[in-house]
Design a protein around this ligand. Structure first.
Ligand code: 4AD
Ligand code: MG
Length: 464
């Protein structure tokens, strides 16, 4: 089926030539025996205009040209008299490939985000989701290109694992056991010997631990894949299945790590501005009037680098001056997204890399500072989003790492392979994880993470 994509059709200037396009009807209007169809095929936010005269087509065909119908149009490319478009197509032949009656759920303009989530299988056909999904694709390309240009290897870490990287216990189990008939030992613990993997297995929350194996052999690697978290967080920033990008670098210290976080994220934002202009302009008009300004703003400013302890002082000062927060912010508390956003949006008015967190609120693998109570974490906090990157220098000293593991009462049995990196040829190294959907939220100006992934997985929601 030979066709010209709409994005290419709109660039053509060989007026008078025959052209074939295929796509879905966005709208149809007509008067005095002439009809105008806005046809979209997903290759661009823009539609191509098809013009036809009723008398040239049989009545049944014209009746079937309704919003949502799929058409094949053969016609002549002509210069358009209408403003805002260089060309249009004078239809010679129209074939309705897929009719669409008035039960089509996307007929009405201005449907709510909530409603569109209930028809997530259809919403990619709307202008807004088309724009978001093209941007999502482009961001994935930006990420691979960035790492390719910087000499990182794409390293594939397993999705099924027996270790809990973040130690938060938010893992989905993977089993082939008959859940209606579980064998248990005398203590009431489930026996996994006869399970598929012969032990308890789960979906990964992060590829980091295996990523460290890659970095301590290949130097610089990154992962880019789905991760899973069974946290019961019903927020506009959490998914149960999300995509994460995790670079891991040997011979990186905290400064190197923060430089990479900042450079990488700016590269992605610049890529969007350079490669997704039409979609961004659409979103800027329809979703968030300050979107492009905010994206350009991020490129201009150096990110603030702020130790946690100083951050807490700023927050406490704000509270003393009457700023109200829902959650407390004493030294030792994990910052809530309201705190992060206060620092980024109100206080500094630019992205912040927060560093050196209390060890009690961070994961076991982070490098301990000399003070013995803070760890070399480097989270990036963004306007509108809060935490977009979670990163750290890793504890490379075997003794110190074991101290932390023991202090937390963690089982080492399943971590021996990880500890081997510290036993043999241990090296300083660091890495971070960027939540892909949080990046897409920022780049699109969307408010809810459920609307930047085609099929969101959240508590009590696993449709499609
Ligand atoms: O801060 P997190 O938990 O860090 C890690 O998993 C590290 N192992 C990463 C590393 O150093 N290699 O998660 C990293 C990022 C967060 O900053 C956030 O952007 C995103 O992943 N994220 C989520 N995104 C959507 N839904 C969730 N439930 C998320 N949890 C984390
Ligand atoms: Mg984090």
């Amino acid at each position: 089926m030979k066709r010209t994509k709409v994005i290419d059709a709109l660039k053509r200037t060989d007026f008078g030539s025959e052209i074939t396009v295929m796509g879905w009807v966005r709208s149809k209007r007509g008067s005095k025996g002439i009809f105008f169809i806005a046809l979209n095929d997903g290759s661009t936010i823009k539609n191509v205009q098809i013009v036809g005269e009723d008398q040239n087509f049989d009545e049944e065909t014209v009746k079937q040209i309704t919003t949502g119908a799929c058409l094949r149009v053969v016609g002549t490319l002509v210069e358009s008299p209408a403003a805002g478009q260089a060309s249009e197509i004078q239809a010679g032949e129209i074939e309705v490939l897929g009719p669409c009656d008035n039960t089509y759920p996307l007929q009405k303009k201005g449907a709510s985000w909530e409603y569109l989530r209930t028809v997530a299988h259809m919403r990619p056909r709307t202008n807004t989701f088309g724009a978001i999904l093209r941007i999502r694709h482009n961001m994935a390309m930006a990420i691979h290109t960035y790492f390719y240009e910087h000499g990182f290897y794409y390293f594939h870490t397993p999705l099924i694992t027996a270790s809990d990287c973040e130690g938060a216990g938010n893992m989905f189990q993977v089993t082939t056991k008959n859940l209606y008939d579980l064998r248990k030992d005398e203590e009431g613990k489930i026996i996994y010997d006869d399970d598929f993997f012969g032990q308890q297995a789960s979906l990964t929350v992060s590829g980091q631990l295996e990523g460290e194996l890659g970095a301590t052999a290949l130097g610089q690697i990154y992962t880019f894949g789905p991760t899973f978290r069974a946290e019961n967080s019903n927020t506009p920033r959490h998914l149960a299945e999300f995509w994460m990008i995790e670079p891991e670098m040997a011979f990186y210290d905290k400064e190197d790590l923060m430089d990479l976080e900042e450079d990488f994220i700016k590269y992605c934002v610049r890529w969007a501005l350079d490669n997704c202009r039409d979609d961004l302009e659409f979103l800027n008009k329809m979703v968030d009037k300050t979107l492009i300004e905010r994206l350009e703003g991020v490129l201009q400013e150096a990110f603030v680098r702020l130790p946690y302890t100083q951050g807490i002082e700023i927050l406490k000062e704000a509270v003393a001056k009457g700023r109200k927060f829902e959650f407390p912010c004493e030294w030792g508390d994990d910052l809530a997204s309201e705190h992060e956003r206060y620092l980024v949006e109100e206080y500094f008015k630019k992205p912040v890399i927060m560093t050196d967190y209390p060890k009690e609120i961070k994961a076991f693998y982070m490098k301990l500072n000399e003070d013995g109570r803070t760890m070399q974490g480097t989270d990036v906090l963004f306007p509108q989003i809060g935490e977009i990157i979670g990163g750290s220098v890793r504890e490379e000293n075997y003794g110190k790492l074991m101290n932390e593991i023991n202090r937390r009462g963690m089982e080492t049995e399943k971590l021996e392979w990880y500890l081997d990196t510290r036993r043999w040829g241990s090296c300083p190294h660091a890495g971070f994880g960027l939540g892909f959907e949080r990046l897409i939220l920022f780049v699109t100006g969307m408010q809810n993470i459920r609307d930047v992934i085609p099929f969101p997985r959240t508590p009590k929601n696993c449709e499609f």
